[in-house]
Design a protein around this ligand. Structure first.
Ligand code: 5RP
Length: 239
Protein backbone atom coordinates (compact mmCIF):
# COMPACT_ATOMS: atom_id res chain seq x y z
CA UNK A 1 0.00 0.00 0.00
CA UNK A 2 3.04 2.24 -0.52
CA UNK A 3 2.00 5.83 -1.14
CA UNK A 4 -1.70 5.24 -0.53
CA UNK A 5 -3.29 8.25 1.13
CA UNK A 6 -6.96 7.68 1.99
CA UNK A 7 -7.56 11.42 2.16
CA UNK A 8 -6.43 11.86 -1.46
CA UNK A 9 -8.42 8.78 -2.46
CA UNK A 10 -11.60 10.25 -0.94
CA UNK A 11 -11.16 13.34 -3.08
CA UNK A 12 -10.59 11.23 -6.20
CA UNK A 13 -13.75 9.20 -5.61
CA UNK A 14 -15.70 12.41 -4.97
CA UNK A 15 -14.41 13.96 -8.19
CA UNK A 16 -15.43 10.88 -10.17
CA UNK A 17 -18.93 11.09 -8.71
CA UNK A 18 -19.20 14.75 -9.65
CA UNK A 19 -19.04 13.66 -13.30
CA UNK A 20 -22.43 12.00 -12.80
CA UNK A 21 -24.15 15.25 -11.86
CA UNK A 22 -26.21 16.93 -14.57
CA UNK A 23 -27.89 20.35 -14.60
CA UNK A 24 -31.34 20.33 -13.03
CA UNK A 25 -30.74 17.26 -10.89
CA UNK A 26 -32.32 16.79 -7.48
CA UNK A 27 -29.46 15.50 -5.36
CA UNK A 28 -29.16 13.75 -2.02
CA UNK A 29 -26.02 14.79 -0.16
CA UNK A 30 -24.40 12.24 2.14
CA UNK A 31 -22.61 12.68 5.43
CA UNK A 32 -19.04 12.06 6.53
CA UNK A 33 -15.58 13.09 5.40
CA UNK A 34 -15.85 11.53 1.92
CA UNK A 35 -19.29 12.98 1.25
CA UNK A 36 -17.97 16.33 2.46
CA UNK A 37 -15.38 16.22 -0.33
CA UNK A 38 -18.16 15.76 -2.83
CA UNK A 39 -20.19 18.61 -1.34
CA UNK A 40 -17.14 20.88 -1.52
CA UNK A 41 -16.59 20.05 -5.20
CA UNK A 42 -20.29 20.48 -5.92
CA UNK A 43 -20.18 23.89 -4.26
CA UNK A 44 -17.46 24.96 -6.66
CA UNK A 45 -19.58 23.86 -9.63
CA UNK A 46 -22.62 25.65 -8.27
CA UNK A 47 -20.54 28.81 -7.89
CA UNK A 48 -19.66 28.41 -11.57
CA UNK A 49 -23.33 28.29 -12.53
CA UNK A 50 -24.43 24.64 -12.23
CA UNK A 51 -28.11 24.52 -11.26
CA UNK A 52 -29.12 21.72 -8.92
CA UNK A 53 -31.15 21.40 -5.75
CA UNK A 54 -30.09 19.24 -2.83
CA UNK A 55 -31.38 17.42 0.22
CA UNK A 56 -28.75 16.96 2.96
CA UNK A 57 -28.64 13.82 5.11
CA UNK A 58 -27.52 15.58 8.29
CA UNK A 59 -27.38 18.95 9.95
CA UNK A 60 -23.61 18.97 9.37
CA UNK A 61 -24.07 18.50 5.63
CA UNK A 62 -26.89 21.03 5.62
CA UNK A 63 -24.54 23.60 7.18
CA UNK A 64 -21.77 22.80 4.69
CA UNK A 65 -24.10 23.01 1.69
CA UNK A 66 -25.67 26.25 2.92
CA UNK A 67 -22.24 27.80 3.45
CA UNK A 68 -21.42 26.92 -0.17
CA UNK A 69 -24.72 28.39 -1.39
CA UNK A 70 -25.88 25.03 -2.76
CA UNK A 71 -29.67 25.44 -3.10
CA UNK A 72 -31.48 23.24 -0.59
CA UNK A 73 -34.82 21.72 -1.48
CA UNK A 74 -37.88 21.14 0.67
CA UNK A 75 -37.69 17.34 0.93
CA UNK A 76 -41.46 17.10 1.40
CA UNK A 77 -42.16 18.93 -1.84
CA UNK A 78 -39.38 17.88 -4.18
CA UNK A 79 -40.52 14.36 -5.07
CA UNK A 80 -38.10 11.60 -6.02
CA UNK A 81 -34.41 12.49 -5.99
CA UNK A 82 -32.32 11.78 -9.10
CA UNK A 83 -29.06 10.90 -7.44
CA UNK A 84 -27.65 10.55 -3.94
CA UNK A 85 -23.92 10.52 -3.34
CA UNK A 86 -22.81 9.22 0.06
CA UNK A 87 -19.90 7.53 1.78
CA UNK A 88 -19.86 4.19 3.57
CA UNK A 89 -18.01 2.50 6.39
CA UNK A 90 -17.86 -0.81 4.51
CA UNK A 91 -18.98 -2.16 1.16
CA UNK A 92 -18.94 -5.72 -0.09
CA UNK A 93 -18.84 -7.16 -3.65
CA UNK A 94 -22.66 -7.29 -3.74
CA UNK A 95 -22.97 -3.51 -3.08
CA UNK A 96 -24.15 -4.14 0.47
CA UNK A 97 -23.04 -1.49 2.92
CA UNK A 98 -22.50 -0.69 6.54
CA UNK A 99 -23.21 2.98 7.20
CA UNK A 100 -23.74 5.16 10.23
CA UNK A 101 -20.21 5.68 11.50
CA UNK A 102 -21.01 9.38 11.36
CA UNK A 103 -24.32 8.89 13.13
CA UNK A 104 -26.52 9.92 10.21
CA UNK A 105 -27.76 6.50 9.11
CA UNK A 106 -31.48 7.18 9.55
CA UNK A 107 -31.61 10.27 7.32
CA UNK A 108 -29.08 8.68 4.98
CA UNK A 109 -31.30 5.66 4.49
CA UNK A 110 -34.44 7.76 4.04
CA UNK A 111 -32.69 9.88 1.40
CA UNK A 112 -31.12 6.86 -0.36
CA UNK A 113 -34.48 5.11 -0.51
CA UNK A 114 -36.04 8.27 -1.95
CA UNK A 115 -33.47 8.37 -4.78
CA UNK A 116 -33.50 6.72 -8.18
CA UNK A 117 -29.79 6.11 -7.76
CA UNK A 118 -27.51 5.99 -4.73
CA UNK A 119 -23.82 6.01 -5.54
CA UNK A 120 -21.28 5.34 -2.82
CA UNK A 121 -17.91 7.04 -2.79
CA UNK A 122 -15.09 5.61 -0.71
CA UNK A 123 -11.41 4.99 -0.45
CA UNK A 124 -10.53 1.37 -1.19
CA UNK A 125 -9.91 0.55 2.49
CA UNK A 126 -13.70 0.34 2.89
CA UNK A 127 -13.92 -2.74 0.66
CA UNK A 128 -14.57 -6.02 2.51
CA UNK A 129 -15.49 -9.56 1.53
CA UNK A 130 -17.82 -9.93 4.53
CA UNK A 131 -19.54 -7.01 6.26
CA UNK A 132 -19.20 -6.60 10.00
CA UNK A 133 -15.64 -5.77 10.92
CA UNK A 134 -16.85 -2.19 11.30
CA UNK A 135 -19.27 -2.20 14.26
CA UNK A 136 -22.82 -2.06 12.94
CA UNK A 137 -24.61 1.10 14.11
CA UNK A 138 -28.24 0.76 15.13
CA UNK A 139 -30.25 3.90 15.88
CA UNK A 140 -32.52 3.23 18.84
CA UNK A 141 -35.25 5.01 20.71
CA UNK A 142 -34.09 6.27 24.09
CA UNK A 143 -37.12 4.65 25.73
CA UNK A 144 -36.45 1.03 26.59
CA UNK A 145 -32.80 1.18 25.64
CA UNK A 146 -31.81 -1.86 27.73
CA UNK A 147 -34.72 -3.93 26.37
CA UNK A 148 -33.88 -2.96 22.80
CA UNK A 149 -30.24 -3.83 23.33
CA UNK A 150 -31.25 -7.29 24.58
CA UNK A 151 -33.46 -7.82 21.54
CA UNK A 152 -30.63 -6.78 19.21
CA UNK A 153 -28.35 -9.32 20.91
CA UNK A 154 -31.05 -11.99 20.53
CA UNK A 155 -31.52 -11.15 16.86
CA UNK A 156 -27.81 -11.45 16.30
CA UNK A 157 -27.62 -14.76 18.17
CA UNK A 158 -30.39 -16.13 15.98
CA UNK A 159 -28.09 -15.38 13.03
CA UNK A 160 -25.14 -17.07 14.75
CA UNK A 161 -23.56 -13.71 15.52
CA UNK A 162 -22.27 -12.35 18.80
CA UNK A 163 -20.33 -9.38 20.10
CA UNK A 164 -20.41 -6.34 22.37
CA UNK A 165 -23.19 -3.81 21.81
CA UNK A 166 -22.00 -0.43 23.03
CA UNK A 167 -23.95 2.78 23.50
CA UNK A 168 -22.21 5.38 21.37
CA UNK A 169 -20.56 8.29 23.16
CA UNK A 170 -19.74 11.69 21.70
CA UNK A 171 -16.12 12.94 21.85
CA UNK A 172 -17.04 14.96 24.97
CA UNK A 173 -18.01 11.76 26.79
CA UNK A 174 -21.75 12.45 26.70
CA UNK A 175 -24.10 9.95 25.09
CA UNK A 176 -24.19 10.62 21.34
CA UNK A 177 -27.55 11.92 20.13
CA UNK A 178 -28.45 11.70 16.44
CA UNK A 179 -29.97 14.54 14.43
CA UNK A 180 -33.30 12.81 15.03
CA UNK A 181 -32.78 12.89 18.81
CA UNK A 182 -32.10 9.17 19.19
CA UNK A 183 -29.27 7.09 20.60
CA UNK A 184 -27.00 4.80 18.59
CA UNK A 185 -25.61 1.45 19.68
CA UNK A 186 -22.57 0.07 17.89
CA UNK A 187 -22.61 -3.71 17.47
CA UNK A 188 -19.14 -5.25 17.20
CA UNK A 189 -20.21 -8.47 15.48
CA UNK A 190 -16.90 -9.01 13.61
CA UNK A 191 -18.66 -10.69 10.67
CA UNK A 192 -22.22 -10.65 9.35
CA UNK A 193 -22.31 -13.59 6.92
CA UNK A 194 -25.97 -13.12 5.84
CA UNK A 195 -26.78 -9.41 6.20
CA UNK A 196 -30.34 -9.89 4.86
CA UNK A 197 -31.13 -12.27 7.72
CA UNK A 198 -29.86 -9.87 10.40
CA UNK A 199 -31.52 -6.87 8.72
CA UNK A 200 -34.92 -8.60 8.71
CA UNK A 201 -34.60 -9.45 12.40
CA UNK A 202 -33.48 -5.93 13.35
CA UNK A 203 -36.37 -4.47 11.33
CA UNK A 204 -38.76 -6.38 13.61
CA UNK A 205 -37.48 -4.78 16.86
CA UNK A 206 -39.79 -1.90 17.87
CA UNK A 207 -37.11 0.18 19.61
CA UNK A 208 -34.61 -0.21 16.78
CA UNK A 209 -35.51 2.75 14.61
CA UNK A 210 -33.08 1.91 11.81
CA UNK A 211 -29.86 -0.03 11.31
CA UNK A 212 -26.79 0.65 9.26
CA UNK A 213 -27.13 -2.29 6.87
CA UNK A 214 -27.88 -0.71 3.50
CA UNK A 215 -28.99 -3.59 1.27
CA UNK A 216 -30.27 -3.21 -2.30
CA UNK A 217 -29.86 0.56 -2.07
CA UNK A 218 -26.55 1.33 -3.78
CA UNK A 219 -26.41 1.19 -7.58
CA UNK A 220 -22.65 1.47 -7.61
CA UNK A 221 -19.57 2.09 -5.50
CA UNK A 222 -16.84 4.38 -6.79
CA UNK A 223 -13.72 3.59 -4.82
CA UNK A 224 -10.27 5.05 -5.12
CA UNK A 225 -7.09 3.22 -4.18
CA UNK A 226 -3.48 2.70 -5.14
CA UNK A 227 -4.55 1.37 -8.55
CA UNK A 228 -6.78 4.38 -9.22
CA UNK A 229 -10.56 4.47 -9.49
CA UNK A 230 -12.57 1.22 -9.41
CA UNK A 231 -16.28 1.06 -10.12
CA UNK A 232 -18.45 -1.69 -8.71
CA UNK A 233 -21.96 -1.97 -10.14
CA UNK A 234 -23.51 0.32 -12.70
CA UNK A 235 -23.51 4.05 -11.92
CA UNK A 236 -26.02 4.61 -14.76
CA UNK A 237 -28.55 2.06 -13.50
CA UNK A 238 -31.92 3.74 -12.93
CA UNK A 239 -31.31 6.80 -15.12
C1 5RP B 1 -22.27 8.65 8.24
C2 5RP B 1 -21.83 7.61 7.28
C3 5RP B 1 -20.60 7.88 6.51
O1 5RP B 1 -20.90 7.83 5.15
C4 5RP B 1 -19.57 6.85 6.85
O2 5RP B 1 -19.36 6.89 8.24
C5 5RP B 1 -18.26 7.09 6.12
O3 5RP B 1 -17.66 8.25 6.60
P1 5RP B 1 -16.26 8.75 6.05
O4 5RP B 1 -16.46 9.15 4.63
O5 5RP B 1 -15.91 9.90 6.95
O6 5RP B 1 -15.29 7.60 6.19
O7 5RP B 1 -22.44 6.59 7.12
O8 5RP B 1 -23.35 8.23 9.00
Amino acid sequence: MHGFDPEIAKGQAAAAALDLVRPGMRLGLGTGSTAARFVALLGTRVAQGLQVVAVPTSEATRAQAAALAIPLANFNEIGELDLTIDGADEFDPKLRLIKGGGGALLREKIVAAASRRMIVIADSSKAVETLGKFPLPVEVNRFGLAATRRLIAKAAQACGIDGPIELRKAPNGEVFVSDGGNYIVDCAFSAIPVPEDLAARLNAIPGAIEHGLFLSLASAVISAGPQGIAILGNPDAGI
